[in-house]
Every structure is written in C-alpha cells, then in structure tokens.
Design a binder for this molecule. Structure first.
Ligand SMILES: *[C@@H]1O[C@H](CO)[C@@H](O)[C@H](O)[C@H]1NC(C)=O
Ligand SMILES: *[C@@H]1O[C@H](CO)[C@@H](O)[C@H](O)[C@H]1NC(C)=O
Ligand SMILES: *[C@@H]1O[C@H](CO)[C@@H](O)[C@H](O)[C@H]1NC(C)=O
Ligand SMILES: *[C@@H]1O[C@H](CO)[C@@H](O)[C@H](O)[C@H]1NC(C)=O
Length: 475
C-alpha cells in the first residue's frame, strides 16, 4: 500500500515536520489548543431546511458550483495511472473502483458474521483496500453526486475545483525537477484566474482537495527544499480553502485537515447502522493494540518504546510492519484487531497524523494519542473539541523517558469512562467515513458532507469578515 521510498520518506518527513513545528508553530501550541475548540458541534449542524418564509428549497445556502476542468487536471491522471516511466509507483490499483481500491474478501471464519455474513468485511458491505492518499478521487466522486450541485455559479455558496493535487504529487515527485513538479499547479492557477467565477471573490469561495499531508505541497518553506510541490504557496491557494489529511499549521493557513479515507465505504444507511451495532457489542479481548513500524533512524520517534511496551505486555497485541511487511498491511487483519481491542496506540510516524487513527476509531477502538498534533489540532470539523470524550492522551515525553507505563495508565481509566468513549466513537463513525461515491446515503452524513458544510461555513465567514465583500450579500 505504501508508496516506494518509504524509508526515505519516513526519515525525511519526520525531520521536516520537526523542523517546521519548531520553526513556526511549536511555541504557539498552547495558544492554539485552548481557545477556539469550535469543534464539530453535532447538535447545531448546518440547517438543512429553512422551511420559513416559504423557502422550502433544501439546498438553500448549500449550492456548490463545480468547475469543469480540462481532463489533464483529473481524469487523465487516472487513465495514465500505469504510465510511470519506472519513476513512480503504479497507481492503477489504488485509483480503481472510484478511488476505493480493491474490494476486501472475507476469510472463512468471518463469513458467518451477522445474518449470513451481513457484517463480514467484504466489498459488498463497503470494505475496500483503500490507499491512505486516495482522497482526491473519492472526494471528487462524492461531489459529482452531491445533491446540491448547481450550474448557476452566482447561486453557489462555494466553488469546487476538482484538481487531483495528491495524485499530481505522486506522479511527478520521484526523479523530476522542480519545474515539472509544479507544472500542473501553475497551469491550474492560470486556468482559474481567467474564469469569471474566480474574479467574483478572488477565489475565496473556491476549494480543492489535496489528499496528502500539507507538507507535500509547500516545498519552498523552511521545511523541505527538496520535497513535493509548491501548490500551497501559490497566490491562488492563499485565497482558497485546501482540504488535506494533515494540516501543516492548523489554524494558521488555508489548509484544513479532513479525515484520511479508511477501508469502510458504506453504500447504504443500513451498512452504517449495522456496523455501528457490530462495534458497540464487539468482544474486545485485547486491552490495547498497535499496528506500525519502528522509526530506527529518528531519535524523536517513540515508536520503539511503544513497540517494547506492547511486546512486554500480555494485554497488548501488535501487527508488526518491520519484518513481515505484508502482515500489517492486510486491511482485514487490521480491522479485526482494532475491533477486538479496547485501546489503539497511535504515536506519530512519518508525520504527526496517521490514517491508522481513523481505522481504529471506525472500529470502535479508543485511540491513544501521544502528541496533540496527531488529532486535536486537526480535523476541527469532524472530531469533538473536547478530546477526552473520545480519546486518551499520554504525553510522549514520559513514554520516551521510560517513566510512564501505557498499560497502567490505561488500566486506571474506570470502565464507565471507557464505555462512554466507545459510545462517542460509535456515534462518530458516520462522519469519519467516506461513503462509496457510486451510491447515495439517505439520511446519514458522512465525512464528505461534514467537510462540505465546513467549507460553506468558512466561506460565509470570510464574507462577513471583510466589509469589502459585498459580493455575497446578494446570494
Ligand atoms: C449542468 O450542465 C451539464 C451540462 O449541460 C449537465 O449535464 C448537468 O446535469 C447540469 N447540472 C446541473 C446540476 O444542473
Ligand atoms: C528545488 O528547489 C529547491 C529550492 O526551492 C532547491 O533547494 C532544490 O535543490 C531544487 N530541487 C531540484 C531537484 O532542482
Ligand atoms: C486574493 O484575494 C485578494 C484580496 O481580495 C486579491 O487582491 C487577490 O488578487 C486575490 N488573489 C488572486 C490570485 O486572485
Ligand atoms: C517522566 O519524565 C518526563 C521527562 O523527563 C517528565 O517531564 C515527567 O514529569 C516524568 N513523569 C513522571 C510521572 O515521573
């Protein structure tokens, strides 16, 4: 599943991440954690129906206009997935099935699950071997079936730009010069600023999805002179909202973190509800578990301490990636382990966030974080601001120093508190998964719906925030 150059990436990104946080953000952490926590407030979601004043249009205030970009910005990247010149990994498998990847097949012991295997981890139930960086295609697919698309840009609350920035990174990253890496981003900038939709608000109502970490799109910052593209440093993206799976400076830039895609892509509301019941009542013989590899070259990493503590505990189970590479990347095994564990350890890896944290939460396993940037400073639209409601925090310094026992810390949490966190996770499941873009959920709001609401609200705020912005008053 992982792109090649993993070791390089691991060492490099950690350095990069470290450098960036130190040079820009670290000293601001405390001021960022505390105040806003505006958080995903579930009670006051976006109002779907006004119902007043005769306005019955359920799409009122929610219309999205989607740019009809030339295929070189999206579809051509999918059809060219195998043309790699041997320089980058073939993406064909990961972009198959509308970006979901290959469907999972249940092993025999799983087939009896639910009535007649109704809860087995199979493609028919929405389970796929989805790549962690496949969001470009999944989000675009969801948008194409969004119920409030409009062709009248003047009626739109936001404008979507279906550029596959993450796939563009992948196809030009290895063995290309800076100009080639940036060519598509620059091409996009030229295309966009010439459009009447752009001129209306200088692009401040525009958004795109770059389904990787923000580090991959800001090459010329203090972080990484030789890594990635400069998409996030262009004048156009300074005005737009860019959705990424990890933000580089949460709350400071225009990049906003949304969940990594997990392996679960429900097709119907019933898929979601069935899975919620399944994880609520799941047997959880393991107190804790960990899936991941050590980072031997990185002195800041606490992975080796995590692995050592887990190995020494009979209550901890892990799927190691260091030796049997195939083992930890079998999605079915990962989900089955998380579904039978109470707590899932989520230390930083190549960067602060992990796709694994979302796999854990979707399996009803309470995530244990060791750094606030792994989740609490990200995903403000999708996760509750009060992180104690759904997760456990153990500061990494104690683990690194060897004076904190993770097992003892977790055992001290009273069972009712654990049950309450799991209940919260069960409630969060819908908003942490991306539905199969080829189907339409009826009432359930998924991660896509929450993200679009977040964008619309953000655009609306940017409007009222600036008096010059009378452009929107007429909508
Ligand atoms: C927008 O226009 C295209 C091309 O004419 C059409 O296929 C599509 O259905 C229209 N979409 C909406 C939401 O009206
Ligand atoms: C790309 O540009 C950076 C400066 O932004 C430079 O340090 C680096 O060597 C360049 N990489 C290549 C492959 O030209
Ligand atoms: C971004 O917005 C500012 C302020 O409205 C505007 O002056 C600028 O031209 C916009 N940038 C682009 C690339 O359109
Ligand atoms: C463990 O060590 C860290 C780092 O030296 C220190 O900050 C922390 O207070 C210690 N915790 C305990 C429980 O001794």
């Amino acid at each position: 599943m992982e792109m090649s150059g993993r070791v390089h990436r691991a060492r490099f990104l950690l350095l990069v991440a470290a450098a960036f946080w130190v040079c820009i953000l670290y000293f601001r952490l405390s001021s960022i954690i505390a105040p806003s926590e505006r958080a995903a407030s579930f009670a006051k979601g976006y109002v779907r129906r006004s119902g007043r004043g005769g306005y019955d249009d359920p799409c009122r205030g929610r219309y999205v206009y989607m740019h009809d970009l030339p295929p070189r910005f999206n579809a051509d990247m999918l059809s060219g997935c195998g043309r790699t010149d041997g320089r980058w990994p073939d993406m064909c498998e990961q972009v198959s099935n509308a970006g979901l990847g290959k469907p999972l097949h249940a092993p025999p012991e799983d087939e009896g699950e639910g009535e007649g295997g109704a809860l087995a981890l199979t493609g028919a139930r929405g389970w796929y071997a989805t790549h962690q960086f496949a969001l470009d295609a999944i989000f675009d697919g969801r948008m194409r079936r969004y119920e409030c698309l409009t062709n009248d840009s003047s009626a739109a609350a936001a404008v979507f730009v279906p550029f596959y920035a993450g796939f563009d990174f992948a196809r030009h990253h290895w063995g290309y010069d800076n100009a080639t890496r940036d060519a598509a981003s620059r091409d996009l900038a030229r295309w966009l600023v010439g459009r009447p939709e752009w001129r209306r608000a200088g692009g401040r109502d525009h958004f795109l999805v770059a389904g990787r970490t923000a580090w991959d799109f800001r090459r010329d910052t203090c972080t990484s002179p030789n890594w990635g593209t400069n998409l996030l440093l262009l004048a156009i993206t300074k005005n737009m909202t860019v959705l990424v799976v990890e933000s580089s400076a949460p709350g400071l830039g225009n990049d906003m973190a949304v969940p990594y895609p997990t392996y679960f892509h429900p097709r119907t509301d019933a898929d979601v509800v069935g899975w919620q019941r399944r994880i609520e009542s799941s047997d959880r013989p393991w107190l804790m578990s960990f899936v991941g590899a050590p980072r031997p070259g990185d002195p800041r990493s606490i992975r080796s301490q995590i692995i050592a503590q887990c190995s020494a505990s009979s209550a901890c189970r892990q799927l190691g990636c260091a030796t049997g590479a195939g083992q930890c990347h079998t999605p079915g095994n990962i989900i089955r382990l998380f579904r039978s564990s109470t707590f899932c350890l989520q230390p930083p890896g190549d960067s602060y966030t992990r796709r694994s944290a979302f796999d854990a939460m979707v399996a009803g396993c309470v995530p244990v974080f060791f750094h606030p940037a792994s989740a609490y400073l990200q995903y403000r639209w999708h996760l509750p601001g009060d992180h104690a409601r759904y997760s456990v925090f153990i500061p990494e310094d104690g683990v690194r120093a060897g004076n904190v026992s993770i097992e003892e810390t977790l055992r001290r949490i009273p069972p009712p508190a654990v049950r309450s966190m799991r209940k919260e996770l069960v409630r969060l499941v819908p908003r942490l998964v991306y539905a199969d873009p080829r189907y339409t959920l009826e009432t359930v709001k998924d991660a896509f719906d929450v993200a679009v609401e977040g964008v619309i609200e953000k655009v609306a705020k940017s409007r009222t925030g600036s008096p010059a912005e009378s452009w929107l008053k007429k909508i």
